[in-house]
Design a protein around this ligand. Sequence first.
Ligand SMILES: C[C@@H](N)C(=O)N[C@H](C)C(=O)O
Ligand SMILES: [Zn+2]
Length: 213
Amino acid sequence: QKKQSDKISPVEQKILDQGLVNIQTVNPEILVELKYATPDNFMKKNVYGELTHAYLQPEMAKRLSQASIFIQRENPGYQLLVYDAARPNSAQYKLWDALDDLKIPARSKTQYVADPKIGSNHNFGCAIDLTVVDQNGKPLDMGTPYDFFGPLAYPRSEQEMLTQGKLTSKQIANRNILRKAMVKAGFTVNTTEWWHFDGMSKKAARAKYGMIK
Ligand SMILES: C[C@@H](N)C(=O)N[C@H](C)C(=O)O
Ligand SMILES: [Zn+2]
């Protein structure tokens, strides 16, 4: 992973002013590759501008740090790699609109991107997208890439995918390494995205925190 610049941009200063923290200041062992701040994402463009660090609410960052410590203790050499954390609601609209270009039917859109009018837990600094890397810094094989929008990525469909020979037991075991650490730290699993974890319900996040615009 590339060394991130230490410079704090105005958009990031606003996020810090809302009380969020840079997760790498809480635990520098957590790796970050903010996909939406690069063209390497499903929209093939940077939609984050000068937001290049991963921010979370302090209690979420603390829990993520616990998950990282757990992963490293149980699997020496492995580390968490964060793909996304706090996401401005303005970017949520861009993700939502981009699903139309992928021809995702309107009725299925919320399985993959939360409706920006309601807001995603990412918009409150209470959700994380991440994977695990091995001792060589290589992401574990989870059966699909990040933001693969379809049943192969659904935790709820893993047994079916295994039976159909579309996922291997090793790929499911790799997902379980990530899930075990995140659940132990108090996060909940998303049924349609193996990489996405929530720290609380959307209702609770909205009641407790302000939206990142
Ligand atoms: C788009 C994907 N990375 C994601 O985070 N989806 C969830 C459902 C969200 O937008 O909250
Ligand atoms: Zn997510």
